[in-house]
Ligand binder design. Structure first.
Ligand SMILES: NC(=O)c1ccc[n+]([C@@H]2O[C@H](COP(=O)([O-])OP(=O)(O)OC[C@H]3O[C@@H](n4cnc5c(N)ncnc54)[C@H](O)[C@@H]3O)[C@@H](O)[C@H]2O)c1
Length: 278
């Protein structure tokens, strides 16, 4: 059911790679809720071509931009405001990539050049996006900027390796730029900390299936899906959340408040029984 929550709003959505992407679901929901927006992704990702299908469905234009390039971002914001006919009301940063994870490097054996790439792509890009938006005075008063993050910023998930540090930096940037943008233009900046989700970035992390199941069993409401995340993100873009800023918002079915759950206890008992019988 649509509520016209984003009627008349203009946005930029980063990070729709394929139908599984969280940004893809956000784009569909934003359209349903009456927004106009441009889609953007790294030129390399664009070559996979799936984003064209989304653009058609949403009647949106695509502007390629590598989010680590200030020049690309300047071009993106300039073109986006021209195409959409005014300042930007919402931005979704849905970007994450670690060459170390992609190439299976263990935390004790990280390649430091790649580590810097992880930080640049997954965290500093968020600062660059807001820096360009500020310089071009491209954000509307009471606009909303959201980046997606993961609880590995606060807790240890060994296979998440250098992405844990990237997410901690990302969340810190949200707080610090959030202060600045609130003072400048009443723009709010938040991160949404999402459950493990079956996407290209998610399933690239070692042992993903196991920690997806573990999180699901630990969360009293179960893992939040990409669609659930899209709904929450739309609410954050809407005028219903104007005074929420500089927050890391947990969107995880209750996972972050749990110590242990009955489901996990039962799973361990079952394993112990199987081991005893074998
Ligand atoms: N999937 C999960 O389990 C999960 C959980 C919590 C948070 N998140 C976060 O959600 C966000 C979206 O990821 P997703 O799960 O939808 O996976 P995804 O792989 O569909 O999206 C990641 C996107 O980042 C883009 N990207 C990579 N390098 C880029 C660059 N240099 N410039 C511009 N874009 C670039 C990719 O092209 C891709 O579209 C990420 O920040 C991710 O860390 C994911």
């Amino acid at each position: 059911m649509a509520y016209n929550l984003l009627k008349g709003k203009r946005g930029i959505i980063f990070g729709a790679l394929d139908e599984k992407s969280i940004a893809w679901k956000v784009a569909l929901k934003a359209k349903e809720e009456g927004a106009e927006f441009v889609l953007t992704n790294a030129p390399l990702a664009m070559r996979m071509g799936a984003i064209n299908k989304l653009a058609e469905e949403c009647n949106a234009q695509i502007i390629p931009a590598d989010a680590t390039s200030v020049e690309d971002l300047e071009n993106l914001f300039k073109q986006a405001t021209e195409i959409l006919g005014g300042k930007i009301d919402f931005v979704l940063h849905s970007i994450g990539m670690s060459p170390n994870i992609r190439k299976g490097k263990d935390y004790g054996d990280l390649n430091y050049e790649w580590f810097q790439k992880t930080l640049d792509i997954s965290a500093l890009s968020f600062h660059k996006v807001m820096h360009v938006a500020e310089k071009q005075d491209a954000m509307s008063e009471w606009g909303s900027i959201v980046a997606l993050t993961y609880i590995a910023a606060q807790r240890v998930f060994p296979d998440y390796t250098d992405m844990s540090q990237a997410k901690a930096v990302l969340e810190s940037i949200a707080r610090n730029y959030g202060y600045r943008f609130a003072k400048l233009k009443n723009v709010r900046v938040n991160t949404i900390s999402q459950s493990p989700t079956m996407t290209t970035a998610g399933t690239g992390v070692g042992g993903f299936d196991a920690f997806f199941d573990y999180a699901d069993k630990m969360s009293p409401l179960g893992n939040a899906t990409a669609e659930d995340c899209a709904n929450y993100t739309i609410m954050m873009f809407s005028d219903l959340t104007r005074k929420v800023t500089m927050q890391n918002l947990m969107h995880d079915g209750g996972f972050s408040s749990m110590g242990i759950s009955e489901d996990v206890v039962n799973m361990i008992y079952q394993n112990q029984k199987q081991e005893a019988n074998s």
